[in-house]
Design a protein around this ligand. Structure first.
Ligand code: HEM
Length: 343
């Protein structure tokens, strides 16, 4: 197998098929003067570009890393909204912090950050080594580590949907190419090949959800856990029909079902690209690293406002960390991440 190309118009950490393992690293840029901080940011982005490009190549110099075809390393680099404001960077107008949501229990030490890196690979070993290299490079250039988080997926056949810790197939209803061009990637112009990542570390009450009878679990999601088929349909990839009714007049997909409240039908067809991972930080803290890419973080806010108010899944979830990042356009072999930021 060949390495997943690092260079290109868009970063492979968004475009390549989801890998079994992920590791997120968040950094801060110490605050001095805007001019100095802009220079530091340039050096950090330069260092990350070089480090991640060599790590993903067919012959990484670190003897602990095998060639790119074996590791399947992909990455993405993004910029936090606070840094963009502080340094007056040229980022999409939509980029901003999320508002607070009812029920949030966000840990600031695991949230936010000026620079976000998401690594994905075939195995955890690769991620640990590349995280060390990225950390060293970013630190030498002036960035300070803020938090890291690792996650994983079950091994699933290519083209099939991975399950989350509740046992549901997660990531079925993702945008097709045309919808992604409209709702995931940026507006025509400098940010066309960028996108915005919304990250939420969501604790899941796995035992509580498992204690529900199977029929109730399916009603909470609006899809059958067994095969991911929407309650209104016959195949996993049928679009959930939120208007379908039972003979008694009730909705086939219940009024508070997760997929009903998250339906693009309530939001002018807006879709986000969800590429979530599970996490396991000990017996009392397991859940989902919700990772979704979208043109405008307000797309997340509109869905989460509906979910926070009524989602039948809500009692089993607690949002414990959050971050937003402008995922930069990709780079050519001669280039550096973030060339669009300075104009
Ligand atoms: C769909 C689980 C959090 C937005 C789904 C589906 C499952 C699921 C099983 C159906 C399969 C699929 O289409 O992927 C979960 C779990 C969550 C969670 C376990 C928390 C741990 C969220 C959050 C949002 C969200 C925070 C956004 C605010 C969506 C959307 C869909 C969806 C947009 C697709 C709806 C459609 O087009 O049919 N989720 N979800 N989810 N979820 Fe979540």
């Amino acid at each position: 197998e060949a390495a997943i190309p690092f260079h290109g118009a868009r970063q492979a950490g968004v475009t390549a098929p989801q890998q079994p393992a992920t590791h997120l690293l968040s950094f801060d840029l110490p605050q001095t003067s805007a001019a100095t901080d802009r220079k530091t940011l340039r050096s950090v982005l330069d260092a990350l570009t070089r480090t991640l490009a060599t790590a993903a190549s067919d012959a990484p110099p670190d003897p602990r890393l095998r060639g790119g075809g074996a590791t399947r390393l992909t990455s993405l680099v993004g910029i936090g909204p606070a840094l963009a404001t502080r340094l007056g960077l040229n980022v999409p107008d939509s980029l901003g912090e999320l508002p607070p949501f009812p029920g949030d229990r966000l840990d600031p030490h695991r949230s936010n950050g000026d620079i976000l890196v998401q690594l994905c690979a075939a195995d955890r070993w690769t991620l640990t080594i590349v995280a060390e290299l990225a950390d060293r490079a970013a630190h030498a250039a002036g960035a300070v580590p803020r938090w890291t988080q690792s996650g994983f997926l079950p091994h699933t056949a290519p083209g099939t949907t991975p399950r989350n810790l509740f046992g549901s197939k997660d990531g079925t209803a993702n945008p097709d190419h045309a919808a992604a061009e409209k709702w995931v990637w940026g507006q025509p112009g400098a940010h066309r090949n960028g996108t915005v990542l919304v990250y939420r570390r969501i604790h899941m009450d796995v035992a509580g959800f498992a204690a529900l009878p199977e029929g109730r679990r399916d009603g909470v999601i609006g899809r059958r856990a067994r095969d991911g088929v929407p309650l209104s349909g016959t195949a996993e990839h049928d679009e959930p029909d939120i208007y379908a009714k039972n003979p008694d007049g009730s909705y086939v997909i219940p009024a508070t079902a997760h997929v009903r409240l998250a339906s693009p039908r309530f939001d002018g067809g807006a879709r986000m690209l969800r590429r979530s991972y599970s996490y396991d930080d000990g017996p009392t803290d397991r859940g989902l690293l919700f990772c979704a890419f979208m043109r405008d973080p307000a797309q997340f806010t509109r869905v989460q406002d509906r979910l926070a108010a009524r989602d039948a899944l809500g009692p089993f979830l607690q949002h414990r960390a959050s971050a937003v990042a402008y995922v930069l356009p990709g780079t050519a072999p001669t280039g550096t991440f973030g060339e669009q930021l300075w104009t």
